[in-house]
Design a binder for this molecule. Sequence first.
Ligand code: ZN
Length: 459
Amino acid sequence: MALHLYNTASRQKEEFVPRDPANVGMYVCGPTVYDTAHIGNARPVIIFDVLARLLRLQYGDAHVNYVRNITDVEDKIIAAAEANGESIEALTTRTTKAYHEDMAEMGALPPNREPKATEHIVGMVEMIGVLMEKGHAYEAEGHVLFDVTSMADYGKLSGRNRDDMIAGARVEIAPYKKDPADFVLWKPSADDIPGWDSPWGRGRPGWHIECSVMSRAELGDTFDIHGGGRDLIFPHHENEVAQSCCANGDGTFARYWVHNGFLTVEGDKMSKSLGNFRTVRELLAEAPGEALRLNMLSAHYRQPLDWTSDGVKQSKTNLDKLYTSLQSLSDVEADESQVAKSVLDALEDDINTPKALAALYALSSAANKETNLVERSKIKGKLLSGGNLLGLLQQDPKEWFQGAEEGDVTADQIEALILERVEAKTNKNYARSDEIRDSLKDQGIVLEDSPQGTTWKRV
Ligand SMILES: [Zn+2]
């Protein structure tokens, strides 16, 4: 089947037909770099990484441009830098680096382009100027505001009527606004906070204009896919549509709007006050990134996902099973001509990752039963290609089971103890042999004896 995506704009699943198959463009709202990423921030990164992998498979690496921005000027950044007593540059550099590391640990490939808001201020000033010229924006008390009454379609993406918008908690009521739903394009900066010269005085951009300008700079006035979490539909994406369509004079902007659902932790909305706020970094100390990734993909992206420690444990077990099958296939080379059609079909159906994982587990079961070498080689090819689409099974199985973390007993130490145990057994010193087994077990190393000898793995 062809790729189908649920389009928030039309509220239905549609076949994905790019404007130009040689230039497929996708823009995803990236992080505001003021704090380390929490697990909710990782959900769109992993979902859109799977979609990017799928697009690259279908259209070719060179024909897909996946853009994810960095918001490095925003009021939360200014507040956090002040609270931490560090410079804005130090804060944004540090958190951007941590973000890259965390997302890489979860198997997310870098986007093709990663523009920073501060590199696009000139474009923002220019777009705001055009909006003013065309009568879509006005200046008031050093601010420039978008006039929502100037756009007949305003509210169409989110399906909100005016009363909903005004009641929306994120709409800031301010005396200088003509209409309570008008939103800020440019705001004045005091001398001690970041600011750039503009026709409206020294100031800084509003958050929404950043994405309209960066997406246009990287992908043009109209492009294929715009993604993000569903909490961004209103006001952020609604306002991006308003700015871009009014400034560019084209009623299209993004053609497919793809939004992922919310994430809760152990049944509750994640919040610092509830004590269930989980950063990716903390979770990575408890489980491998690949297990976190599999856990993230275990729910369909449009459904809410409840993140639980039981779920992570189950995901680790499921991944162990997949790697066990892969390890058992070490007698054959993967037939690389084999694409896992069952995995591909599931993903083409609106990125149905639970179904794709089920298909991967089915391949794993088949591997465990198959004895014919040609068939085993085909299954291995499918397991690896299906895993690759999901960003899973990216390690050598031996590395998966034996890979050490800092401070762990090393492979050499384990091998030496296994030899000592063999010697102890030969000398009928069963107390010592059991002692070695137990002490390794305490350190998370399980020994498996077989007629061919002893193998080990970390659990
Ligand atoms: Zn955005």
